[in-house]
Design a protein around this ligand. Structure first.
Ligand code: SF4
Length: 306
């Protein structure tokens, strides 16, 4: 049914009005079986066994675009992994004929493959998951199909970024006691400094996961974000439960915090109490705190960090 292939539109501050295409609407088809997945657990597959014909996807999309006239972005996704869709190249070529921007959300399992890279190069934005940079953590958290090796994913992401003219975003989903240790973060940090993505979305579990694992709250994620190299554009995503009492920072603490880790506008709104917001505004006006935009996100930082 057309309605199950296409979902949305959903409004996002970053991308505008987005219409989603689900390339596996009938059931989960994925080469990972992540502990935090919101879908019903299922054996991993290296290829789709249940595939929708390309024309059916295109017809469903055209129908939706007639109904919703003001779509900014078309997002390729799946109940599972969209790069498993065998007609992805044909679909992406069709999307290139449309005026909307294009985005794919992928687990990066196939990013080392030349054909997949060539297809994704045609998109405006690519968001790849990278939860772990050590094999042990990767196997434990993302539980990939046996054909998938982490070093190939990492080298694939690095080589793709070098070729890609669009925006590359990396998504890290943190799970308590699995990929949130200093060691795992240091390993991720080293890889991300090589990748140089346009943005890193650091999030945790928002909805009930398939397995019994726990996520991190906003404050803990913020502490974890500080462990990454301060030049990396890390943004905390997902549900942001504010601290029970907003924080009070004096000027020195504010400058020190922003020097270590730039904060987004929404971080400052959530974290600071009223007096800190006034101090923050004063520092901004005097130029001791500056604004910096990266991939549509406004960061606050100190001039020394450029
Ligand atoms: S990659 Fe996505 S769909 Fe596949 S198991 Fe992980 S969370 Fe679920």
């Amino acid at each position: 049914m057309a309605s199950s292939i296409i979902f949305g539109p959903v409004n996002s501050r970053r991308f505008g009005k987005s219409l989603g295409i689900d390339l596996s609407p009938a059931k989960k088809q994925c080469n990972f079986d992540c502990l935090y997945c919101e879908l019903t657990p299922r054996k991993t597959e290296a290829a789709q066994s249940d595939t929708i014909p390309l024309q059916k996807v295109i017809d469903a999309l055209e129908e939706a675009l007639l109904r919703f006239k003001d779509i900014d972005v078309i997002t390729l996704t799946a109940n599972g992994e969209p790069t498993l869709y065998p007609h992805l190249e044909g679909l992406v070529k069709h999307l290139q004929t449309l005026p909307q921007k294009t985005l794919i959300l992928s687990n990066a399992a196939a990013i080392h493959r030349q054909s997949i890279q060539d297809t994704l190069l045609r998109l405006d934005m690519v968001k790849l998951s990278l939860d772990c940079a050590t094999q042990r953590c990767f196997k434990r958290l993302d539980r990939p199909h046996k054909s998938i090796e982490l070093p190939r994913i990492i080298e694939g992401i690095i080589s793709f970024k070098k070729r890609f003219k669009g925006k590359l975003f990396i998504e890290i989903l943190m799970v308590e006691n699995i990929n949130d240790s200093e060691g795992e973060i240091a390993a991720l940090d080293a890889v991300l400094r090589r990748v140089k993505p346009d943005r890193i979305d650091l999030g945790s579990i928002d909805r009930p996961p398939a397995y019994d694992v726990r996520g991190l709250d906003y404050e803990t994620l913020l502490q974890k974000a500080r462990l990454f190299d301060p030049t990396l554009p890390v943004v905390i995503t997902g549900k942001k439960n504010p601290p029970s009492t907003p924080y009070s920072y004096d000027e020195a603490q504010l400058l020190n915090t922003l020097q270590k880790r730039p904060l987004t506008e929404s971080d400052t709104e959530i974290l600071f109490d009223q007096e800190t917001k006034v101090r923050f505004a004063r520092l901004l006006e005097s130029g001791r705190i500056i604004k910096k935009e990266q991939s549509g996100i406004l960061f606050f930082t100190t001039p020394r960090r450029g």
